[in-house]
Design a protein around this ligand. Structure first.
Ligand code: IFM
Length: 742
């Protein structure tokens, strides 16, 4: 196994890149995520551990956010009395008199789910020590967090003092989410902190134990309990220290801190090596189906593993009441809120690679149906209308106003009210899950209700005008153009949604008649309502320009100023930022894949009016919209890669893929410090499998591939689950060769 292609490595630490690396080096296990901050801290760093589902609406904040829980990482090392510190704010490496970093390597091994750091450090006293740090968030037991530190005296006989702590004074960038009463726990060998969130009243317990071959002593300073151990090291001698931590919350235990402390005793009894072995074993199982092997492009291979790793560590393993936020659990961007990013970008790879995880995410929406029904009612509609931004309650949590702009003004945010396609996006994911897994039980018990009740919403939402159906005041994927009438994406997807709802109902009537009756009664699916759905399908207005042979993003779109986006290349910022918000919304500059997104989701089913060839229409659409697209959102390039590949535009598809797969690694958006772009990560997986490899289910229900691989890719090998069976494909370039080996 070539670990080179499984590692993200940092060799030259720079102070100004540390927030970026903190995000990239996040470890996690679907329960929590911990940013890759240094154990000893760093001025200006942003350590954070985010636990799925722990949201809080702090006083003065516009909306709730995912809470940064007490920090389990801190370990400070003193060599001959002086602290080991990595970098300062102003210099790349430490300089005398504070010490010198002589050598450094930090690596995230994605195959093993382990973050390591090796530092050769000369202390001010002249002693040279090698410090090897290792940490993981156990995948086999999501409440176990493990750290190992090996200290070797390379030169001199240093006196070493190690202080391991839990920091209970954490905030979300200054916003405090915990009540002032913090329970600081010291049990002689184990320390702990228990806190309660201010508004939501979640309790979070964090415990920790340091295992040292030397005497330990515990104590606390304020809300920071610590354990200290000290010893002398003879030259070439070394010591290994293990730190076991555990986190529970009132979402998963009655007594979170006590439960965490008990878990630590379990972890200590098992021992570090055993825990690591179990953890690595779970990762091996994950990768067995999730890994895509690209022959002929090492960099794409490594980057694709990176994006897949981040989807996997964000996906809840056991909890079906939480979901993946737009920035995963790796940063505080978008406040941990859940968007369509989850269903259209992250769920599809999981459906094929880890169907159980996909199911968990869909169940999150099921449990939140009451919130969706409240939203529909509050807006004067029937059925269920899912929130654009969702948290733990399932209520709409999109803020109505932006944070202050540089001039102090705030921008009105309309997405919470008008970006209504989220309900259809969720239906799309449910339908996809059902088709690929054959999980009829899920559909019967949960999925159908969501598909049908969101269809009820659309049935009550459409407007009947002049013999056709329309949808006014919408926001499509292109969020630069707000409150528009008849977005072709929305209108066409609503038709798809209602058709899907009717066929699901027909299937239920045949396969689970009692459940069909139950839903018909509960959701009031009267014959009149169903007839209306059919009428909408037949008469929905789908904006189309017959002369150009293109779908029109929305009527009036082409009346606005045309700005050729490619003329702004090369650029490091969005065209919107260059033109300014006020001007760009009056132009044809598109934020992200919109008509192109429609083509990604529906493929040739996007349709074309009679007499027109749908492939030609799709190409026309591409040629029209691609040069107008800003890719101002990280969601965009992967969708272009997918569609470009299907259209045989392999070169541009590869450029888009390359951009998308490096969005975080290269900080292409300049905001990785706020967290990983979850949708881009899930999007590139789809670009490879559905785009370049062309995997689909054919009319007979068999899997087929139709590859358009980038020129230099020799082959792609991947595994998918299809109806409970694991299938392996190798797609070769240029020959279309595939085989199911198991
Ligand atoms: O959901 C997206 C949206 O489509 C574009 N802006 C960012 C959101 C969260 O990723």
């Amino acid at each position: 196994m070539q670990d080179r292609l499984w590692e993200i490595v940092e060799l030259n630490p720079r102070a100004d890149e540390q927030l970026h690396y903190e995000t990239l080096f996040t470890i996690g296990n679907g329960y929590l995520g911990t940013r890759g901050s240094f154990e000893e801290g760093l001025p200006g760093d942003s350590p954070a551990t985010l636990v799925h589902g722990i949201y809080d609406h702090a006083p003065g904040m516009l909306v709730p956010e995912l809470v940064n829980v007490p920090n389990w990482l801190p370990v400070s090392i003193f060599i001959d009395g002086a602290p080991f510190k990595m970098v300062t704010k102003t210099t790349d490496i430490m300089r005398p008199p504070e010490g010198i970093v002589l050598g450094y390597r930090r690596a995230l091994n994605m195959r093993r789910g382990i973050l390591t750091r090796e530092v050769l450090f000369r202390a001010p006293s002249g002693s040279v020590v090698r410090l090897e740090f290792e940490r993981f968030a156990s995948l086999s037991d999501i409440h176990i967090l493990a750290q190992r530190i090996r200290i070797t005296a390379v030169d001199g006989n240093p006196h070493i003092r190690v202080e391991s702590a839990i920091d209970g004074d954490v905030t979300n960038m200054g916003v405090r989410h915990f009540l002032p009463e913090v329970n600081v726990d010291d049990r002689g060998d184990t320390i702990g902190v228990e806190v309660k969130t201010q508004q939501s009243r979640y309790i979070v317990g964090v415990g920790s134990r340091l295992i040292s071959p030397h005497r330990i002593q515990t104590g606390s300073t304020g809300n920071r309990p610590y354990t200290v151990t000290s010893f002398d090291l003879a030259q070439e001698d070394w010591v290994v220290l293990d730190k076991f931590s555990s986190i529970y919350t009132s979402r998963d235990a009655l007594q979170p801190l006590d439960t965490a402390q008990a878990k630590i005793s379990e972890a200590v009894a098992a021992g570090y090596e055993t825990l690591r072995e179990r953890h690595e074993g779970e990762w091996a199982t994950y990768w067995e189906t999730a890994d895509i092997q690209i022959d002929g492009d090492d960099e794409a291979q490594r980057a694709l593993r990176f994006t897949t790793y981040h989807v996997l560590i964000a996906a809840p393993r056991t909890d079906e009441r939480v979901s993946i936020g737009a920035k995963t659990l790796s940063g505080m961007g978008y406040k941990g809120h859940v968007f369509w990013d989850t269903e259209l970008f992250c769920v599809p790879p999981l459906i094929l690679a880890q169907p159980k995880l996909a199911r968990n995410l869909l169940m999150y929406r099921y449990h939140n149906l009451p919130g969706a029904r409240n939203k529909a009612r509050a807006n004067g509609y029937e059925g269920a209308m899912f929130p654009w931004e969702s948290t733990d309650t399932g209520e709409e949590t999109t803020p109505q106003w932006s944070d202050p702009q540089p001039d102090g003004s705030r921008i009105r945010i309309w997405t919470g009210e008008r970006e209504q396609h989220i309900s259809t996006d969720i239906t799309y994911a449910i339908d996809k899950y059902w088709r690929w897994t054959g999980d009829d039980e899920f559909l019967i018990k949960y999925g159908a209700e969501m598909i049908l009740d969101t269809a009820v919403f659309w049935g009550s939402r459409v407007e009947h005008k002049d013999g056709r159906y329309e949808l006014s005041q919408q926001i499509g994927p292109d969020e630069y153009h707000e409150n528009i009438d008849n977005s072709v994406f929305v209108n066409r997807m609503v038709v798809w949604h209602l058709r899907t709802a009717l066929s699901v109902l027909a299937w239920l009537m045949g396969s689970a008649p009692a459940d069909a009756e139950r839903l018909i009664g509960a959701l009031n699916l009267t014959p009149e309502r169903l007839a209306k759905w059919n009428d909408i399908i037949a008469k929905m207005y789908i904006p189309f320009d017959h002369e150009q042979g293109i779908h029109v993003q929305f009527p009036g779109f082409f009346d606005m100023e045309y700005i050729p986006v490619p003329h702004y290349e090369p650029r490091t910022t969005s065209v919107q930022a260059i033109l300014g918000h006020a001007r760009s919304i009056q132009t044809q500059v598109i934020k992200q894949a919109d008509v192109v997104m429609l083509m990604a989701l529906l493929g040739e089913n996007v349709g074309a009016p009679d007499g027109l060839d749908v492939r030609q229409v799709m190409l026309n659409n591409w040629n029209t919209y691609y040069p107008r697209t800003d890719h101002g959102s990280s969601l965009s390039p992967a969708m272009h890669a997918w569609v470009g590949a299907r259209l045989g535009l392999t070169e541009v598809a590869y450029d888009m893929f390359d951009h998308a797969v490096h969005i975080d690694l290269n900080d292409n958006k300049g905001n990785v410090r706020d967290g990983i772009h979850a949708a881009a990560c899930g999007g590139v997986w789809q670009a490879v499998i559905f785009g370049f490899c062309g995997l689909s289910i054919d009319e007979a229900g068999d899997l087929q591939v139709d590859p358009h691989l980038p020129e230099h890719w020799r082959s792609v090998t991947f595994n998918v689950y299809y109806r409970g069976e694991q299938r392996t494909f190798t797609v070769k370039n240029p020959a279309l060769v595939s085989s199911a080996t198991r």
